[in-house]
Design a protein around this ligand. Sequence first.
Ligand code: FES
Ligand code: FES
Length: 158
Amino acid sequence: MKIRFQLNGQEQRLDVDGDLRALDVLREHCGVTGPKEGCGTGECGACAVWMDGVTRLSCLTLAAQLDGRDVTTAEGLATDGPHPVQAALAELGGVQCGYCTPGIVMTAAELLARDANPDRDAIRRAVSGNLCRCTGYHKIVDAVEEAAQTMRAAQEDK
Ligand code: FES
Ligand code: FES
């Protein structure tokens, strides 16, 4: 089937099997490698992307469901330099092997788009669907808190 969607601000027009997973469309047809295959069954969050600004698991989304949507991956958050969440994760040691990181970035950035000042419990709840085997989450929560502060300061400077 023919599908057309925005990916990180660029129009994509593809002719693909509508039953293909969005994860495969993005990685194999569009060449973005931010969304990762972890479990493939909706358990780990490594494949998270935004669809129309809302975090979705691309391993559970069909190619047909991309049609007409505005899709953002971790690459799309970093077009003007790293997103504050990406910068804080790198600075505070919230990235180790990095496999979970793009999914965590999408989830955390969506949280901060909705809530400029989440407390640590809200951050933990938000990232609870993103499995990280390396960090123990403490540094991830620290980084999201720091990113929230950075983003609030930037807003105040405007
Ligand atoms: S690969 Fe999609 S949730 Fe694990
Ligand atoms: S940094 Fe390795 S899984 Fe999270």
